[in-house]
Design a protein around this ligand. Structure first.
Ligand code: SAM
Length: 251
């Protein structure tokens, strides 16, 4: 996978390790999870959406009841499925057809009928409808800052007045210089990821999950310029990748 989030690595992840690619725990390896692991995986998504809706109602809009939601980077539907239960309807978009195929199957198994799944281009230029909830969690961090800003602009352009955004971004990595250098090489130097893979006991072609940090000043400016006023922030820390979930509402 190139470091800009253009998608070929995610296609591979979707084919070999779709659940592990979403939540990096060994219990989630492979394409078919044992019942216990599967239940735990989807329970984590349900808990996430419950806490997001509680935050929105406590800090942004107590009466918020979304009619149409967007889940950007929906993966296998871990969060899209519980979002479908709190929205009139939900659209999940993802760059990887293999991830969407898994999400479609999961939606069927959970009996979800108000969830539409679409493959998106790398910059989301094709997005054509409007939403009153736009949501994304642990996705922008895998997309280069330049491309991610283009995508955020596209999403903001499709937020309805009174609509709410809940979007997570990473902004800093707590790691030694050498770790950061190795990650940068894996993202940008041809074959470097393969060499590290073999050194660490993985197949040469195992894809990299690139991580990227965003400039918060630029994100806040984009969001405020789009006409959003009420806001709330919750910090995230996934193994030293520091980030935040930005909650905001369009006037
Ligand atoms: C770590 S997973 C998170 C999935 C989901 N948000 C969740 O938390 O369960 C990241 C997802 O983002 C998708 N993705 C990566 N780059 C993307 C892009 N440019 N456009 C849309 N989806 C993308 C990947 O295919 C993958 O399914």
């Amino acid at each position: 996978m190139s470091g800009d989030g253009s998608g070929s690595g995610w296609e591979k992840f979707g084919a070999i390790d779709p659940y592990f690619a979403v939540v990096n725990q060994e219990a989630y390896r492979g394409t078919r999870l044992p019942a216990g692991a599967r239940e735990q995986f989807f329970q984590s998504g349900k808990a996430h959406v419950e806490s997001v809706m509680a935050d929105v109602r406590a800090h942004i809009d107590p009466a918020f009841a979304p009619r149409r939601g967007l889940d950007f980077g929906c993966g296998v539907g871990r969060l899209t499925i519980p979002l479908a239960r709190v929205c009139g309807s939900v659209v999940g978009v993802d760059i990887a057809a293999s991830m969407l195929a898994e999400a479609r199957e999961n939606g069927r198994e959970f009996g979800i009928t108000n969830m539409e799944l679409r493959q998106s281009s790398a910059d989301l230029a094709e997005l054509d409808d409007a939403f009153d909830l736009v949501h994304s969690f642990i996705v922008f961090q895998h997309i280069s800052r330049a491309r991610g800003e283009v995508i955020l602009k596209a999403i903001l352009d499709h937020l309805l007045p009174g609509g709410v955004g809940v979007m997570q971004f990473t902004y800093h990595r707590k790691a030694s210089r050498s770790r950061k250098l190795v990650h940068w090489c894996r993202k940008t130097v041809p074959l470097a990821n393969g060499v590290v893979n073999v050194a660490q006991g993985r197949a040469f072609a195992y894809p990299l999950m690139p991580m990227n940090e965003y400039d918060l000043n630029r994100l806040f400016l984009m969001i405020q310029d789009a006409g959003c006023d009420r806001s709330f922030v919750r910090f995230t820390n996934h193994g030293g990748h520091l980030g935040l979930v930005l909650y905001f509402q369009l006037r």
